[in-house]
Design a protein around this ligand. Sequence first.
Ligand SMILES: Nc1ncnc2c1ncn2[C@@H]1O[C@H](COP(=O)(O)OP(=O)(O)OP(=O)(O)O)[C@@H](O)[C@H]1O
Length: 736
Amino acid sequence: MSSRSHLKAESTREAEAKSSHYQKLANSNRSTGKSADKTTTSSSSHQRMAKSSHSPQSDFGRLVWAPDEKDGFVLARVVDIATNQLTCDREDGKGQVTASYDAVFAADEDLKKTVEDNCALMYLNEGTLLHNCKARYRKRKIYTYVANILISINPYEDITGLYSKEAIKSYRGKSLGQMEPHVYAIADKAYREMRRYKESQSIIVSGESGAGKTESQKAILRYLCENWGGQTTTIQQRLLETNPILEAFGNAKTLRNNNSSRFGKFVEIHMGNDGLVAGGFVSHYLLEKSRLCRQTKGERNYHIFYQLIAGAPDSLYKKLMLMSPNKFNYLKHGTSQFFAHPTAKPTVASERLSDATRKSGFARDPIVDDQADFQRLAKALAGSGFTAEQQNFIWSTVAGILHLGNITFEEQVNDTKGGCKVDPASDLSVSAAATLLGLDTGNLQLCLCTRIMQATKGGVKGTLIRVPLKVGEAAAARDALAKAIYSRLFDWIVAGVNKSIPFENSAYYIGVLDIAGFEFFAVNSFEQFCINYCNEKLQYFFNERILKQEQELYDKEGLNVPKIEYADNQDCIELFESPNGLLKLLDEEARLPKPTSQHYTTSVFEHNKDHFRCALLRSLFESTEPKKMTGSKLQSTSVAAKFNSQLTVLLEKLKITGTHFVRCVKPNAEMKALCFDGASILSQLQCAGMASVLKLMQKGYPSRTSFADLYATYKKLLPADLARLDPRLFCKAFKN
Ligand SMILES: Nc1ncnc2c1ncn2[C@@H]1O[C@H](COP(=O)(O)OP(=O)(O)OP(=O)(O)O)[C@@H](O)[C@H]1O
């Protein structure tokens, strides 16, 4: 479990952090097998409870963290103690707070401390965690540990030297806690454990949109490539170039993040037996397709469209028949303002600019620069082995999709079947789309205005019939075609990227999972539904790996630590996955001749109305066998089913690797540098399971050291008889 080097690290820490905690949850994933040569020690101070639940009278006049809607917690002094609640005077003079005992946490001991690992505080709870993170964040220290889980709070500004080459070198080979908390330290730990245990590792980076997941993932990738890139620079260069490629096609400006990844990814960095980077592999999940045809006000389509318009050389621009973003239906509903780096002087020709860019200039962002990013993308594609012909195919397909979106339809007045035809005003768009997508213009027109049906009765069974589409249906078919082309293009590009970073010589890998976090919107899209489901699964994995296994270890070692209750979300996962759950019913609905949201929700409620009540009883009667699909209208795998099976594969991978967690936090909704919105941050930390971890640490054994280290410390002072014992037996004797 813990390692020798962690104890060494302790001596380099500040006095206040004396009881080193870096190791506590340390690889609780190893708690069963590889912990045999480890033991635990406890710091008795941590056994004291923080809450004011003990001896109420002694709490009178005490400084506490009291809940606050805006700041999460405020400092306050207990002035009244009632049966179920406390009343406190706020220290900022802004009145009183009345709250239940459970919601108030002792503050007096740790007020002036800021510690690298939150577990080094006297009281481990949400109040002290938030305070510690805030105090550190003010000093531009964005990283804090809770045990060996890293909390990373987005600074929204470049912090000098934080990711420099020197920093990369300085973390190499250092145990967690020897250096300031950093995502590099987590990457290094993963690397060392991969080598030590000869086992692949995963780093799970989570957090809501804009929290900094992608930037963390990139930092980890850079760290590994820079330190263990090996002799040949090609592979590491290609690995690093996956980012501009994936971001161009899979990232977009949203209201929450100018460079939001609209897909999930698991990037494996493969290492050979020599410990050097040997290749890589990117798995991607659930690209948000709805964005392709329509964007929320203030958001954009995928970066590639703007990059191409802003950055394509004149000849390519003409060949692709490009225009200003305002002239494309798939771009003009969102914001079509171009982006540039704050210091850049873009040279985009004025006819390419959108009205918004002409009026307000370029939006500035250090990460998104449409014109320059096009050059970067072309270079990255070439570097990743995409030939000139393949690149042209990509540009043509992207432009073809834009022209496809400009095709509109009108009713066929004389058509008795109520069919439609392509609006003559969009003839040019049809021919441009057909040319660029390599299709026949007439055929494209026909396919957009009709659908093919196979007769199942009457006439000659099996005959294919063309059924005319109404205007709305044809528009929907056009959008579906655009989305299908784009998502297949994305798959093809990722496959090409993977081909460029082969990993035949791989012994193990370090996988970095960057997947969008929980989000809650007034109207949740299907994609968000899937993402939330995925997050429930990951949270379950976190609970199992960190909370459950840690408690099992305490049980196994007979440590008598009281059980910590944590929110078990198995119920919620079953609601998605059970034979009558949300996913299965969705597939069934899609197979109906006329599926409706109303019918779907009704059947979900009907089948699951008692879901959270009589789960046990129901399980006695229910078959766990999934229902067989019979004579279906829908032959292909649904998006939900595909995502579900991808998720199963992913979780299987995570289960057999050592895991490390980076919890990213978005500090404020305005994307402002160093602005700490306490309430929102607290809620993110709670969702990430940090409150439960702290509870466990408070009651459990946050400090650990190996038998070997304890033995080495005391050996010289002991009589020869005892010193002869092997470390494990020695520790046993020592304990008794
Ligand atoms: N460590 C950092 N230092 C400086 N700026 C950062 C850092 N991390 C994130 N940012 C800023 O925050 C923005 C959002 O970060 P990022 O794209 O990594 O978020 P995300 O969690 O991946 O969001 P999404 O889920 O929407 O993809 C970045 O574009 C960058 O401007």
